[in-house]
Design a protein around this ligand. Structure first.
Ligand SMILES: Cc1ncc(COP(=O)(O)O)c(C=O)c1O
Length: 353
């Protein structure tokens, strides 16, 4: 039996999302987000974040990041992020395009997390007020990180404080925000505005929605600008209620957090089993994905046995669980990891590393 650990994007849409879509499909409703479901979503997002918040549904995390940041960054600005940030490495410079040319400055951190030291050093290198240099204007932090690490609220706060002191605005790429919240057991406000974050890419598609992600912003002036930026980019759906219905269902009754907890628990069980076999994440993973050091000949056997995953670089595989990963999936994956399909036992391989 095969097990899919390639990505949380490979899961389907959650049943409650499909039900909400079906319910939204009956009757007529005002177009372009002037409908009742979208009004309900606006209300719900303010409740979830415990303050007035403005939500803009979009179809992807890339759109949320690029369009959101474009409202915070002038064309001559720079967006400071980790050198492995999705906005820098995996989004085909969408943020530069939508901002009219902003530079993306990738910093080395500790593991996949940015550090205050790296940010301070970046600011010291910057030619402030010098038109020959891009001016750092936005700090973007990914939570949980691209490698499954999690920032504590204080760590985000320390970065945001440094950024704000230099006049930067703070964006959170929350593609896996729900997983970070579930891992830390804190409320959305603690990881966002209370820690100095001004804008959030909500990250719903990996955790249950079908075609809906969202920008959440707390500043009404930025929200006003986003109305126009989204329209120009073609991200104001005429039947916006279908996007809002997905997001509203997602955020109702803590479903997003419960789904993320399931995904995290599946990863924790997987990692515990792998640790017994001698395989460990290259950075401490606390959410639903991990980069694990595994010799290529071993990972090739896992793949042959029917476990699907990506080899990131020689000797490192990425494993990802989702809200839809079952206990049986993890049992099967661990069985394949333990049982060599040919040749030496995995334990033997592990000891030889
Ligand atoms: C950390 C992170 N940010 C943003 C995105 C972008 O999301 P999408 O693929 O929906 O554009 C991803 C997707 O993998 C991601 O992992």
């Amino acid at each position: 039996m095969s097990v899919d650990l390639r990505s949380d994007n490979t899961a389907g849409a959650a049943p409650y999302v499909l039900e909400a879509l079906a319910a939204a499909g009956t009757g007529t409703a005002a177009s372009y987000g002037d409908d009742e479901i979208t009004a309900r979503l606006q209300q719900r997002v303010s409740e979830v974040f415990e303050r007035e918040a403005f939500v803009f549904p979009v179809v992807s995390g890339t759109a949320a990041n690029a369009l959101g940041i474009s409202a915070l960054c002038p064309p001559w600005g720079a967006v400071v992020c980790h050198e492995g940030a999705h906005i820098l490495v995996n989004e085909a410079a969408a943020t530069s395009m939508f901002s009219g040319g902003a530079a993306l400055l990738g910093l080395a951190g500790v593991g996949s997390r940015l550090t205050p030291e790296a940010l301070t050093a970046c600011f010291e290198r910057t030619g402030w007020d010098d038109p020959h240099h891009s001016q750092p204007a936005v700090l973007s932090v990914t939570q949980a990180t691209e490698m499954g690490e999690v920032y504590e609220p204080e760590q985000i706060g320390a970065l945001a404080t440094l950024a704000a002191a230099r006049g930067l605005r703070v964006h959170l790429d929350g593609a896996r925000l729900a997983n970070a919240l579930a891992a830390l057991g804190c409320v959305p406000a603690d990881l966002t505005w209370r820690a100095g974050v001004e804008m959030v890419s909500l990250g719903a598609t990996k955790n249950g929605t079908m075609t809906a992600d969202a920008i959440v912003v707390f500043d009404p002036a930025v929200a006003q600008e986003l109305r126009f930026r989204l329209k120009r980019a073609g991200h104001v759906a005429s039947k916006g209620r279908f996007q809002s219905a997905q997001l509203d269902a997602y955020l109702t009754e803590d479903r997003w957090l419960r789904s993320a907890s399931r995904a995290n628990a599946a990863m924790a069980r997987l990692l515990a089993g792998l640790a017994e076999l001698g395989y460990h994440p290259v950075v401490p993973a606390r959410a639903n994905l991990a980069f694990v050091a595994v010799p290529d000949e071993v990972s090739a056997r896992w793949a042959q046995a029917g476990v699907q995953f990506y080899v990131i670089e020689p000797g490192v595989v990425r494993l990802v669980t989702s809200w839809a990963t079952t206990d049986a999936d993890i049992t099967t994956a661990l069985h394949h990891f333990e049982t060599p399909s040919s040749g030496r036992s995995l334990t033997e391989c592990a000891h030889r590393r």
